[in-house]
Design a binder for this molecule. Sequence first.
Ligand code: ATP
Ligand code: MG
Length: 575
Amino acid sequence: MRWSQTFIPTLKEVPQDAEIPSHQLLLRAGLMRKLHSGLFTFLPLGLRALRKVSQIIREEMDRAGAIEILMPALHPQELWERTGRLTTMKDVMFTFKDRADRPLLLGPTHEEVVTDLAAREISSYRQLPVNFYQIQTKFRDEIRPRFGLMRAKEFVMKDAYSFDTDWDGASRSYQAMYDAYVRIFKRCGLVTKPVEADTGAMGGNQSHEFMVITDAGEDGLVECDSCSYAANLERAEGVSTHVYAAPAALLPVEKIATPTQRTIQEVADFLKADPKNLLKTLVYEADGVLVAVVLPGDREVNEIKLRKALGANAVALAADHQVRALTGATPGFVGPVGLTGAKIVCDRTAKGLQDGVTGANEDGHHIIHVSLERDVKVDLFADIAMAKEGDRCPSCGGTLRVKRGVEVGHVFKLGTKYSEALGATFLDEAGQTQTAIMGCYGIGVSRTLQAVVEQSHDKDGIRWPVSIAPFQVHAVLLTPQDAASREAGDRAVAALEALGVEVLYDDRDERPGFKFKDADLLGMPIRLTIGGKSLARGVAEIKIRGVDGIQEVPVAEAPARVAELVREQLAALNA
Ligand code: ATP
Ligand code: MG
């Protein structure tokens, strides 16, 4: 493809509202343009890269036995009413009515639609297992669309849905998708970390997210430094390394004035105490019932774990007036000693605390010399705190590191939530009606594309993995006004294309330095330069993006050498 015949509007300046490198580079290298918040037009280079990511996904899904279909983006709301998600997902959905006043929505995901299909079409165990997938546009009214394609309102997703006759089958389907995801991201040149993920309020019992570790990530996760344990912070278990020492003598509790000290840090500074020895007490409302949640002062509550530990549907911090009614104090002076009227839930990391400090349930006061065992009537010890940097790994005892990541893919064992709600049943071998067991598996196709750029760039521009680079080779024609140069360039490009190599041919009448800068910015893996003084010596120049040094090869041999490099790079990703 000749540069002069396509559309690559590169930018010299960093665009104003693009905060992270990948977003900036997709705009600067002319891959896409913004229409509106969270809405983007893919320009030719962006579209080529997007299609390549899609194609890799398609090949691996097909290889794993999934079957491609294409479902409508427009759904009747009635279907979503039947699973309850018209209410629970209302906030992210674009809903409206057609001319006949029928309520519709733009699909944020497709469990309802695919399960309706299965309910209608699948009647016998002989038709199972089956895994339907599609690559399609999704719509979500995100609260905060940002970072370009990372969190858009309209984006491309690959979504797959498996239906099995039993749980063993569902596990096999899950594993097949997990393995396919490992191959997909490897082939895209993207390093991902599969992490254990929370499975949400309903249905489902196993879930992994494929994360790209980056500071630009919106998800927190922990990674063990010595085994493969990794988990989303929403679910991560961190084992505390702290052991509470027994004091020489256990003194009776004593109330002290802390007139202006209400935060953990203020109280710790005032008493010259370690925040670990302060007991933080927060009042939560769990399904309408108040609970006192107690944890060491250096830890934060994990509301997802808390909800699970309590077996509640929803938990939220109680309002100040509720806290006062329960404890007689305002938040900051609340404590579990002598507290009645609410269940006391304590994080397991506080176990063994002696000579601690906690709020006195009286404004302006704390109590000291608190022994958890002696002075607090704990109803439930549970893991309800966020894992922390430096905690021990629950799996091997190694050390956990906290990282940030972007979720590019998600595999989820769903169970029967949707099949039950929508009647996706089948007759088993004995002629009995059974409910299909489902799994769902998503990949953010457009997000993956940007994640590759986030992970693979340098100060000069993008460094595409050859598998998803818009073009495999960037041919730069020097001295295009010179007929001999032009002829040599045209011939080399034609030869490369005949060898099946995808070439972007910069035939513009521009200075070499200007063209090289654009080549670095666009980031195709191999640059081939033809013309000018080197052509006069009979050679062309080969440069690998991101690697120092230029190789000179006889012009006639250049296409074969470049094609071989492309093959080698592809083979490394496909290995
Ligand atoms: P997130 O937690 O990032 O909002 P999610 O868990 O809601 O994502 P899923 O419903 O699991 O997302 O969707 C499957 C995949 O679709 C995700 O793994 C992600 O790669 C992609 N995705 C989700 N929301 C967006 C979005 N707003 N823009 C781009 N890609 C998205
Ligand atoms: Mg997800």
